[in-house]
Design a binder for this molecule. Structure first.
Ligand SMILES: Nc1ncnc2c1ncn2[C@@H]1O[C@H](COP(=O)(O)OP(=O)(O)OP(=O)(O)O)[C@@H](O)[C@H]1O
Ligand SMILES: [Mg+2]
Length: 226
């Protein structure tokens, strides 16, 4: 089982977009996918509710509802035979909750928007992760994805400089595209839209999918399991 956590305390950076699209991708690839929604806003839960019945199914765990012991054991049970658990986290995560969200994660994906405020917030989040969650930069488990990118803008160049200066991998850039908004409303991923509409966007996901599938992460989850 591969557990991928999408996080960034900054609201609106693309956590739910990445989490739902990853879930849709793996479900279409034949995986048994669990989407774990830690956000009380329930955006991932709403996305699943809108999902057409003829699309590959994805199990939802409302991880924000953790009031009873039954819920907790049911959550664990649901994830047991999953091939992929994708975790969507809320905005405003604190240092304390970082630990909980990233526990057992094979990979932590941080979407960052090209804006000064978002770059600043991301650098804090990465610093906290490295400090609190005991993830070492050279672990290779944290990856950054630039989201809603408009190339040839000054702030995108600033984001690229910031990402280059980090010790952690910069995985890919996803452009600002209406296809994401459209797919989200349909309870689907961009991979499930007509391919002629999303070819460029689908291509931009390839480095992320390759990274998540890489030997380095695989060997980590195997050694953790043994
Ligand atoms: N690459 C993109 N192109 C166009 N729109 C996007 C893109 N990524 C995200 N969006 C849109 O931006 C909005 C915020 O994205 P999303 O909900 O994924 O962020 P979030 O980090 O989960 O937000 P929150 O912190 O509130 O949970 C949504 O309306 C989403 O459809
Ligand atoms: Mg969200």
């Amino acid at each position: 089982m591969r557990k991928v956590v999408v996080m960034n305390p900054k609201g609106g950076s693309g956590k739910t977009t990445l989490a739902t699209n990853l879930a849709a991708y793996y479900a279409n690839a034949g995986g048994k996918v669990v989407l774990m929604d830690y956000d009380p806003q329930g955006s991932s839960a709403r996305w699943i509710a809108a999902r057409p019945a003829d699309r590959p199914s994805i199990d939802l765990v409302k991880a924000f509802e953790r009031s009873t012991r039954t819920t907790r054991s049911w959550q664990l049970h649901t994830s047991l035979d999953a091939t992929h658990v994708i975790v969507d986290t809320p905005a405003g995560t604190t240092r304390e909750t970082l630990e909980e969200f990233t526990r057992d994660a094979d990979a932590v994906v941080i979407p960052v928007l090209p804006s000064e405020i978002d770059i600043h917030a991301a650098s804090r989040c990465i610093g906290d992760l490295l400090l609190c969650a005991k993830i070492k930069p050279r672990d290779g488990r944290i990856g950054v994805v630039a989201n809603r990118v408009k190339k040839n803008t000054r702030v995108y160049q600033a984001l690229l400089r910031f990402l280059k200066a980090l010790e952690i991998p910069f995985i890919t850039s996803l452009r600002d595209a209406q296809a994401y908004v459209h797919a989200a409303g349909l309870g689907q991923g961009i991979f499930e839209l007509p391919q002629y509409r999303v070819k460029t966007d689908v291509e931009s996901w390839q480095p992320l999918l390759t990274w998540l599938d890489s030997e380095q992460l695989t060997s980590k989850s195997e050694s953790a399991a043994s």
